[in-house]
Ligand binder design. Structure first.
Ligand code: NAD
Length: 540
């Protein structure tokens, strides 16, 4: 059962999981409930030695984990799935208490998302990870056999943000493990308790010691992990941190998946289904208190309909229920931190000072907790921070456009390229327009629903990241390729081996003619080729 609304849970003293053992530390970080400002727990602040210990444990566990048949690894994931289902209420309520999102979102986006993801992953993984027999397709290689294998990378680091503290790490840890890697996981310093609960589920599900290790801490712990001798890294977080990590890893050339920031556009066409588009706008900007990476953060609406549209969105957004996400019916929770509150406030104030019209909200709410009113602004200048930088808050900044090509240029004129949505009754037109947007995902008449669907890729272009995560295709990014080639070894040598001779040279030329000439040329060369072949073969 979930905690009753309003009652603070007892602060917990979390531990880290390294090599199958739980460890506590005196050096700890605090975890706050952003809806109340209260401390809900403590977690170890891991230093370089802790991280090294975790990487070592993961390295020791990796060969035997990779040697398990795939169906045994899938079996572990299925056991974990059972525990996530069983613990769904406890998980959702902890997520709400630590990240602030309304309980319903914790269920839909995190618990159900994770369950759905595990199901799709387990079903699809064998096809992605199986050895594949391939034909070389060249007659000179007849008699040889070839297989393409997927080989685990080794020890991977997974560093996560707080905004989807269950679904994001699960979407990366699980494919990494299924592919035969072992993992050291560092959750966000704003969600260490959810990270600890997640690690506890792996422990209870009977994953062998060292397969999943947990270290908690802030960015410094993240740096120790990045520098900890990993074989690959999956990082989700801000673009600034992603760029630093990439620079840090440059000398090591290890595979990285970077899922970074976004400034998602919401493009309304004149024929957009009005009621759905208005509801979609309110949700796209305010679910997760506007703190999802794919929250819509820039709205482009035809000039002729922008006033009507903005008024309808303001009516909807202005009536959203703001409060502690544990309370029934609350739709918008707190921001994650006082710093985030300041950032959102600064973006809104700058836009207003530059002439944007405030239609609703615009203020922080009195504490406790870090609440900001859901806000709608119209005629926001395009060069405001609110239209260019990640705001990460429940804000709908609207600009009018007269020329669709111009709106497309505005959307593409961004360092980010995570995702965008297009709202229109003409789906084919929307799809054609989507092809012109430089973003990793385009949704027509919906937003964000593709996260954690194993069949669908997730990721961005430009400074929104590299690689695709939370999907089956990431099994290929999380493995290296090994080609196995075999000859029966019955001949003394191959045509292209020593000794070299004029006959060998002639043979190479004849083969070229046979492969590239027209029919007449090929016929002319066939008999000389066979003669050369017999001569050269005789020397092997
Ligand atoms: P953040 O970059 O501050 O922190 C993310 C994680 O990285 C945390 O665990 C943090 O401790 C660690 N970290 C920070 N700096 C680091 C460094 N230099 N080296 C190693 N580790 C470091 O991000 P956040 O505030 O937790 O999350 C919000 C950001 O994440 C937003 O920009 C959002 O758009 C982005 N995000 C992207 C996706 C996606 O799929 N593209 C998903 C969720 C969030």
């Amino acid at each position: 059962m979930s905690e009753p609304a309003g009652r603070a849970p007892q602060p917990v003293d979390a531990k880290v999981l390294i090599g199958g053992e739980w460890y506590q530390k005196d050096d700890r970080l605090e975890s706050l409930n952003p809806a109340t400002g209260e401390v809900i727990g403590y977690a170890p602040l891991c230093n370089r030695e802790d991280v090294e210990l975790a990487v070592r444990a993961a390295r020791e566990a990796q060969p035997s984990w990779a040697a398990l048949p795939l169906d045994r690894r899938i079996g572990h994931l299925e056991t974990l799935r059972g525990l996530v289902a069983q613990e769904g209420d406890a998980l959702a309520s902890l997520i709400t208490q630590e990240s602030g999102k309304p309980l319903q979102e914790a269920h839909f986006l995190e618990v159900l998302g994770t369950l759905d993801f595990i199901t799709g992953l387990c079903k699809g993984a064998p096809a992605y990870l199986a050895d594949r027999r391939v034909r070389a397709g060249n007659p000179l290689l007849w008699g040889k056999r070839h297989w393409v294998r997927r080989v685990p990378l080794g020890v991977l680091g997974v560093i996560s943000p707080w905004n989807l503290p269950l679904a994001i790490p699960m979407g990366q840890i699980l494919p990494a493990l299924l592919a035969g890697n072992t993992v050291v996981f560092k959750p966000s310093e704003f969600a260490p308790l959810v990270g600890t609960k997640l690690a506890g589920l792996f422990h209870r599900a009977g994953f062998p010691p060292g397969v999943l290790n947990l270290v908690t801490g802030g960015p410094e712990t993240g740096v120790h992990l990045v520098e900890g001798g990993l074989d690959g890294l999956l990082f989700t977080g801000s673009t600034g941190a992603g760029l630093q990590i990439q620079a840090r890893l440059a000398p090591r050339l290890i595979p990285t998946e970077l899922a970074l920031g976004g400034k998602d556009a919401f493009l309304v066409l004149p024929d957009a289904p009005f009621a759905r588009t208005v509801s979609g706008a309110a949700w796209a900007a305010c679910f997760g208190t506007g703190q999802a990476c794919t929250s819509a953060e820039r709205f482009f609406v035809p000039t002729g309909m922008k006033d009507r549209f903005a008024a309808a969105v303001a009516a909807k957004v202005g009536s959203l229920r703001v409060g502690n996400g544990m309370e029934e019916g609350v739709e918008v929770g707190p921001l994650i931190s006082p710093q985030q509150l300041e950032r959102v406030e600064a973006h809104v104030q700058e836009a207003v000072s530059r002439g944007a019209r405030l239609l609703c909200g615009g203020q922080r709410l009195p504490g406790p907790g870090f609440f900001f009113q859901p806000t709608v602004l119209l005629d926001v200048p395009l060069d405001c921070a609110l239209m260019r930088e990640e705001t990460i808050g429940p804000v709908v900044p609207i600009a009018g456009y007269t020329d669709l090509d111009e709106a497309v240029r505005w959307i593409n004129d961004s360092r980010y390229g995570l995702s965008a949505s297009i709202w229109t009754a003409d789906v084919e037109r929307g799809l054609a327009l989507g092809r012109r947007l430089a973003v990793g995902t385009v949704w027509i008449n919906d937003v964000s629903y593709t996260h954690a669907r194993a069949q669908l890729p997730w990721g961005g272009m430009k400074q929104s990241g590299s690689g695709r995560t939370h999907w089956l295709g990431s099994l290929h990014e999380l493995t290296s390729i090994q080609l196995l080639g075999a000859d029966r070894g019955q001949r003394e040598g191959e045509l292209w081996w020593f000794p070299y001779s004029s006959d060998g040279l002639d043979l190479a030329r004849r083969i070229r003619f046979l492969l590239t000439e027209g029919l007449a040329g090929r016929l002319t060369n066939l008999i000389p080729f066979l003669k050369d072949l017999v001569k050269v073969r005789g020397t092997r």
